[in-house]
Design a protein around this ligand. Structure first.
Ligand SMILES: NC(=O)c1ccc[n+]([C@@H]2O[C@H](COP(=O)([O-])OP(=O)(O)OC[C@H]3O[C@@H](n4cnc5c(N)ncnc54)[C@H](OP(=O)(O)O)[C@@H]3O)[C@@H](O)[C@H]2O)c1
Length: 248
């Protein structure tokens, strides 16, 4: 195996080969990375207008997501996802350790309840949860032992946090491989900032027709301004995984 290319010395099942094709770029060397993921419908929606997103993606796509989590040091979601989904963000449908869970919550609006704030049952490890909150939120108290809050700078006018600053702060606490798991706003801001090395778009054969959009970037006037990254396609059960290489 070299730089993500591999060679088998014996017979190998086709599915195993596809899996290596897909995931080796993320483990072939010790490089840090930032990977975005979104599970979306054919019309580019990641949830209905009420926020319902379980389950746009099929079983195989969910397994893929859990594999990505297992390869990451940290999995990051925006405040919208943390508040709406109350996710666990642990590895349950693949083998491997659960990453640290990071919530981008500039206004400190995410309720401190639900799985991210609960200790795992006795005998299992509770992954740390890190809240990235704006300085003006002030000290965040009363958190369980596995949860901490880190203040980050926000832009005075827009209230935005620079994704580069997030990546730097996470690297400083040892999280060098980061999965930006959603939602659309958060992944889009990392993409816009040029910080995603790859984007794994899992497209389900479903039309939602309205609701929360996946990617959303500032308007462009002509198509020559569109991103045209190198893309590999993998069948993922009924879904299609588009592995978008934003560094090629
Ligand atoms: N299908 C999927 O793959 C998938 C994955 C994840 C989530 N979802 C669904 O998507 C929906 C939520 O997605 P969403 O796009 O509405 O929201 P989101 O991306 O989860 O969260 C957006 C919010 O996070 C904060 N944020 C993110 N990036 C920031 C930055 N650079 N600077 C400052 N603040 C930042 C802001 O919080 P404030 O609003 O507090 O300023 C922003 O409004 C939910 O319904 C969830 O179920 C689907």
């Amino acid at each position: 195996m070299r730089g993500g290319a591999w060679h088998a010395h014996g017979p190998m099942e086709r599915d195993a080969g596809r899996l290596l094709d897909c995931l080796l770029p993320l483990v072939a060397d010790d490089r840090p990375w930032v990977v975005g993921q979104l599970g979306q419908s054919l019309d580019g929606r990641i949830a209905t207008h009420t926020g319902a997103s379980y389950y746009i993606s099929g079983w195989e796509a969910r397994v893929h997501l859990h594999r990505l989590r297992a390869l990451a040091d940290a999995v990051l979601v925006g405040a919208g996802t943390a508040a709406t989904d109350r996710p666990q963000l642990t590895v349950r449908h693949a083998s491997g350790p659960s990453p640290a869970r990071v919530v981008l919550d500039p206004r400190g609006r995410v309720p401190h309840e639900g799985p991210l704030f609960e200790a795992a049952p006795a005998g299992s490890v509770t992954p740390p949860t890190l809240l990235l909150v704006g300085w003006d939120v002030g000290p965040v108290g009363g958190l369980p032992e596995h949860v901490s809050a880190l203040p980050v700078d926000t832009d005075q006018d827009s209230g935005r946090i620079r994704p580069q600053q997030v990546v730097t702060q996470l690297a400083e606490v040892g999280y060098r491989r980061v999965l930006v798991e959603g939602g659309g706003v958060t992944v889009s801001r990392f993409l816009e900032a040029g910080l995603l090395d790859r984007l794994h778009l899992l497209v389900a054969p479903m039309v939602i027709g309205s609701g929360r959009p996946g990617l959303s970037l500032p308007p462009i006037d002509t198509l020559d301004q569109a991103l045209r990254p190198r893309v590999r396609r993998f069948a993922c059960g009924e879904d299609t995984l588009f592995d978008v290489d934003l560094r090629a």
